[in-house]
Write a protein that binds this ligand. Structure first.
Ligand code: AMP
Length: 539
């Protein structure tokens, strides 16, 4: 017997319907150079419909990819709604990618149109002439002269919206259609495309509204500091729309503790979300200025492990950090560390420092790294985290490699963790060795390859070492070629890397050693190096 409920498609059009019909009066505030830009969901909805007309006018149709290179701001939000709701695919581009990677992802996705914040134009300009599929570039501008560029004729977002029709008839969409794309930073080789469906985004947004997860509510004023160009800003643009929460956008002041504090304070923020590095900066700011945030009830921290000292530091100011884990491939919310009723006060303190239990909709298990056998939840055994659920990846775009899924269809995350008997996950390591600096990935393999291209270098490996500000920073271990022993210097290596990797990728230190430890199959053994390495600045 079949159920007799409507086969109602779970699409982002429903969330748009809510912001337009139910929450038109609620505000969206974006920081600007000269104060803030303030408008309502109603204003936003009206511009979203005009934007859908603009896209149609540009010849954009179902499934076409639209790239965005933008900070967290109201225009980016308009793109978040207009692009998928009119049937195209929103491809958020990470503006911190190295130019070749940026060109790669735009070309791999075959983006037809790019929307770019005026302040980010110089980044796009670095790949001028390398993105043949892009037919039009539209600038999101507050006015003023454009920086010099070689990108050809550019269109102006505001001018296009002003000329566009006010009404738009949304097409009927299949909930399994692609809504958005985001590329991971590949540890080896190129970034890989993750393609979200309307259904996955819808369900993920609903999950964020539950009290035991992020608990997004109409009563909230949310400040997402996690970029809209990385994993959909943790789903907050849609979760906030679904709930009707007021939104605060920091635009390009995302790394500016003083600006964040001011925005949160002035607008009475209640919920903040971002990577630990941002909160370390905010905590410092709070301690230096003595400015309190009495309206904030939750600071969601994730993207890399939240240090206990941060949780404790925020506790001192009555600010509660809620630790969450996820990844691009999991939309991203996988676990949220909220203690249970059965935990004693002491246990609860321990549990909130873990990555937490899987949220409703996500199933999780750990498996032996070598044999793949499922491991017990005893708080001791550690293995690779595997997940499944309606917002977990089934395959990468343009990638037939089945290796990321187990035979029975679970996604292999590459993270290594223990589980308590009641389902609390603690990440202990990563199967891959990428470095996460300030919430952004640095590929150790790419750095190694670049260093090993130096004529005086025999072997090199790069590991992450803890850093008080950036969480992790790369440190290179280099074996000089025998004929150059004692001749090569740290500065020489760094100068050599300067035009090969992004500036913030440069290792904090280059340490010269006689031999690198190796595993049984001859790979550099980073575990040994990590265990023996002196701290950064501590040699
Ligand atoms: P990304 O896809 O760039 O968001 O990175 C996802 C990866 O970040 C995960 O696979 C983890 O290795 C790491 N990560 C995310 N959240 C946490 C967390 N709360 N604790 C430790 N690592 C985390």
């Amino acid at each position: 017997m079949r159920g007799l409920m409507q086969d109602y498609p779970l699409t982002l059009q429903h969330i748009f319907w809510r912001i337009e019909k139910l929450f038109a009066r609620k505000e969206i505030v974006t920081r600007r150079e000269d104060g803030v830009h303030r408008y309502t969901y109603g204003d936003c909805a009206a511009r979203v419909k005009r934007l859908a007309n603009v896209l149609t006018g540009l010849g954009i149709g179902p499934g076409d990819r639209i790239g965005t290179l933008a900070w967290n701001n109201y225009r980016h939000l308009e793109l978040y709604y207009a692009v998928p709701c009119m049937g195209a695919v929103l491809h958020t581009l990470n503006l911190r990618l190295f130019p070749e990677q940026l060109a790669f992802v735009i070309n791999d996705a075959e983006d037809k149109v790019l929307f770019v914040d005026q302040t980010i134009l110089p980044i796009l300009n670095r790949i001028a002439g390398q993105i043949p599929h892009v037919e039009k570039i539209i600038v999101l501008s507050d006015g003023g002269d454009l920086p010099p560029h070689n990108l050809g004729d550019l269109l102006d977002y505001e001018a296009l919206l002003a000329d566009a029709g006010k009404e738009f008839a949304w097409p009927v969409l299949d909930e399994r259609d692609a809504a958005a794309m985001c590329y991971t930073s590949g540890t080896t080789g190129n970034p890989k495309g993750v393609v979200y469906s309307h259904r996955s985004q819808f369900l993920h947004a609903m999950a964020g509204l539950q009290r035991d997860t992020l608990g997004l509510s109409e009563t909230d004023t949310i400040l997402p500091v996690v970029p809209m160009f990385h994993v959909n800003s943790w789903g907050i643009p849609y979760g906030a729309g679904m709930a009707g929460a007021k939104l605060l956008f920091p635009d390009r002041w995302m790394g500016d503790g003083a600006a964040l504090l001011e925005l949160a304070r002035e607008e009475d923020a209640t919920l903040l979300a971002g990577v630990p590095t941002v909160w370390i900066g905010l905590l410092r700011q709070i301690e230096q200025t003595g400015i309190a945030l009495p309206t904030v009830h939750t600071i969601v921290g994730g993207g890399s492990a939240v240090p206990p000292a941060l949780i404790e530091g925020m506790d001192r100011h009555d600010l509660r950090v809620v630790h969450a884990w996820g990844m691009t491939e999991t939309s991203p919310i996988g676990t949220v560390a909220r203690p249970r009723t059965w935990h004693s006060a002491e246990q609860a303190e321990v549990m909130r420092r873990t990555q937490g239990p899987p949220v409703p909709g996500v199933e999780l298990r750990i498996a032996d790294i070598d044999s793949g056998a499922e491991l017990p939840w005893d708080g001791v055994a550690f293995g690779e985290v595997q997940v499944r659920g309606p917002w977990i990846i089934s395959a990468y775009y343009h990638d037939a490699d089945p290796g990321k899924l187990t035979d029975d269809g679970w996604f292999r995350t590459g993270d290594v963790a223990t589980m308590t008997p009641d389902g609390y996950m603690s990440i202990v390591d990563r199967t891959k060795d990428v470095i996460k600096s300030g919430g952004e990935w640095i590929s150790s393999v790419e750095l190694e390859n670049a260093i090993m291209a130096h004529p005086k270098v025999l072997e090199a490996t790069v590991i992450a070492l803890p850093h008080p500000k950036w969480q992790e920073r790369p440190v290179a271990f280099v074996v000089p070629a025998p004929e150059h022993r004692d001749q090569v210097t740290q500065q020489e290596i760094l100068d050599f890397l300067a035009d090969k990797v992004a500036r913030w990728w440069l290792p904090d230190e280059v340490r010269f050693i006689a031999e690198l430890p190796k595993t049984s199959v001859g790979k550099f053994d980073k575990k040994v190096l990590r265990a023996e390495a002196a701290p950064i600045g501590g040699e």
